[in-house]
Design a protein around this ligand. Sequence first.
Ligand code: F6R
Length: 608
Amino acid sequence: MCGIVGYVGPRVATPMLIEGLKRLEYRGYDSAGIAMSNGHGLETRKAKGKISMLEGLVNGNPIHGSVGIAHTRWATHGKPNECNAHPQVDCTNTIAVVHNGIIENFSALRKMLQMQGHTFKSETDTEVLAHLIEAAFDGKLEDAVIDALALVEGTYGIAVLSSKDPDKIVCARKGSPLLIGLGEGEYFVASDAAAILQQTRQVVYLDDGEMGVLTKDGYEVLDLDARRVSKGVSRIDWSLDEIEKGGFDHFMLKEIFEQPQTIQNTMRGRLVVEEGFSKLGGLNLTKDELKAIDQIVITACGTSWHSGLIGELYTEELARIRCEVEYASEFRYRNPIVTDTTLCVVISQSGETADTLAAMREAKRRGAKTLGLVNVVGSTIAREDDGGIYLHAGPEIGVASTKAFTSQVAALALLTLKLARLRNMSVVKGREVAEAMLALPAQIQSILDHASEVEEIAERFKDATNFLYLGRGYQFPVALEGALKLKEISYIHAEGYPAAEMKHGPIALIDSEMPVVFIAPHDAVFDKVVSNIQEVKARGGKVICITSQEEPVLEGMIDHEIRVPQTIDMLYPILTVIPLQLLAYYIAVKRGLNVDQPRNLAKSVTVE
Ligand code: F6R
């Protein structure tokens, strides 16, 4: 979603701000802008479309200064156009604001400000902030921001400039991430560490209700009553290589190919093979507390919700603990049954998804212990959960989630191993799971080595208008994930279904034009899935089958086969999803689409 970057220091700001915006491109946006305070008032440039448009504008009409803020906007209130792009300014062009989030009472505030004589130019909710700060300004920008924010309902991560209090950036957060980057005699503000990684690795994460005041001479963090808050400095461990394409055509392909390594990183130091056990240092739960858990609620969105469905099967089948998986957006507005012996497992790649964060807070409020399975270190969910398992998958830049999914499933397997071994799982069974997990990186690599076979299948089906993905047991969530990957980047309509459920409706869709992807490794329900394949074949559907060994029974029934190595039933999702990620990727590329930044999508959904 929207991205913020700002700079104050001795250097010329524009190149750094443009570079920072480019690092935020992956989050999804439709316009961009930059504002500078340079002793001659505020200068602003804005453009609809890609950062390259803004860059062209700035090259043609340079904007000078060393105190500036910049933004990528993902439209919520008002069309994507130059006027609605941020920074938004006040009537007198003395205040410039960039904003992530949504001001919920903007309509009432706008009316109030109009009655006071303020003139609005854009359709955005953000513009009210510029006018509110203008109205409250009395010489000190941070005081005006505090007064303005007191009137605001909603969520925000903001950065503000004023030509009347120059050489300063004021930033503040409520519900939308923001960090301050610390350089040598220079300071940055950003909504995502990727924007400033090239400049500094030392950061201070702002919490809700906090504000940063940045000048060349230093920074301070205040609460919204202007009291100083003392904050720790964190170090970002990501390398620059990790946020670059490294020779791949797209981030998504790079991230698919990183999976042998990323899954290894998720498991590193956590598997005790001899004892069939896992060591998870960050749970913050004693053995007795772990044993007392009598219900698990998993809450997440999108791809993370799909991994949660696999987690449900793990915890019920292996640890014998009742488990519910909830869309975070639904959970937060229900009246769920949660007690102090409930463990709420919160899954999120970004650690910033607004619905997931709200669901976690709700579970906490109801007395549950919360456990975050999060990829982005220092993200809000990671900081607010009671305990956590970091995925260690490295930055995921492609909008379509790939490596985070496999790492989430691996982390859920590690968690299950721990819970199950504390209950009823034998050491022999635990060892079997641990050994099978250790084999996964090489097995993923062997699937990737045959990516060209998936590419050929993509060529055959790139013009299809519908796809069905079918699987049973552990493969049903994989079917959902395969369908989601295809629709989000290729814009082909795709549905995932439990294979046997197909005959209760979707079978009506099947004709000779319909590709049907069966995820049918040789597991406990393989024979059942074979009957479902027959039902599709009998109706002329084109069958693409992901399976795990040569099966004479499939002869004549399938049109295309993709083979994955053999593993234990519970770990097949980590292997079978790989060809589905590749299939979606190659189809989208062959359709000429922007794989890393699909239309309408944002990487981290920080609005409700
Ligand atoms: C799909 C995708 C989204 C995310 C969802 C949750 O490829 O990326 O469905 O999985 O928005 O995001 P996180 O995991 O960051 O909470």
